[in-house]
Design a protein around this ligand. Sequence first.
Ligand code: NAP
Length: 302
Amino acid sequence: MSGSLIDGKAIAARVRAGVAGEAEAFQREVGRSPGLATVLVGEDPASAIYVGAKQRACLEVGMVPFDRRLPAQASFEQVAEELERLNADAAVDGILLQLPVPEPLDGPALTAMIDPNKDVDGLTPVNVGLLSLGRPGLRPCTPAGVMELLADTGAQLEGAEAVVVGRSNLFGKPMSQLLLAANATVTVCHSRTRDLAEVCARADILIAAVGRPRLIGKDFVKPGAVVIDVGMNRLTPEQAGNSSGLVGDVDFAAVEPIASAITPVPGGVGPMTIALLLRNTLQAARRQEDAASPASHEGSAA
Ligand code: NAP
């Protein structure tokens, strides 16, 4: 058996095309296009690349990007004021604070200031709570993107053993909640998990988000499992040789022959994150228009 490749680029392109069509319909109905604001504090080169990609993606689907940049020395109050301005701006439907913010700024405290209805990263306490309660809300983009990949693969989630390696607020925890909501039996592993390989080898669906290059080897994978590799680890130029220099948390060459389906790195989970950010922006825009219309009595988060 050789695992079929889950083509994140192609699936993300389909999501983006769908969003572009809906953004056009929104513009026709409402008279404006959905707006997404990115807030970048400091000059971290990787963060600047991510923000640039989000701005471009926004334009490509016919949304309006708002690019807000503050110096690395910006105070908490200055960043908070920028977020408050965007919260109050009716042309802005989604706000994304690029993380991490420079020390000593408190990223979680700043994130919590974003209006939950505009929280397209799904990371404010309100949206985290809504996810935990199983109620509608804006979901974090990368785990939501993984759900899209699993749906496209036709993976049976109901009753399946799903193992998530990593328990971060950004990915592992929301991923486990989404799988639970889809009726999988979910185990979450972390750095203190005893016998990681043994736990992972139970999984029908194995999702790795650790940040350790090629940690997940053949012995961690049950034959026929669906394997999703969220890890994005940069190799040094010497290690990279002729490759892209980006490797996942899964030893792809060892695992691909026994998995039923597997994501590559790059080209698997990565492209889904921006696609889902755009979809979340559209969802936020629709909810805000509905809330603003006189007929609406809704007051809760999108
Ligand atoms: P993180 O906050 O550093 O969390 C890593 C998690 O892995 C922690 O829960 C940690 O356990 C666990 N861990 C560390 N070493 C371990 C080990 N040897 N065995 C088992 N568990 C271990 O990272 P993150 O933000 O979730 O990101 C994880 C990876 O996904 C990174 O490579 C990141 O670049 C990538 N990522 C990619 C995307 C994308 O768009 N493709 C988005 C988000 C993240 P403890 O909690 O016990 O410390």
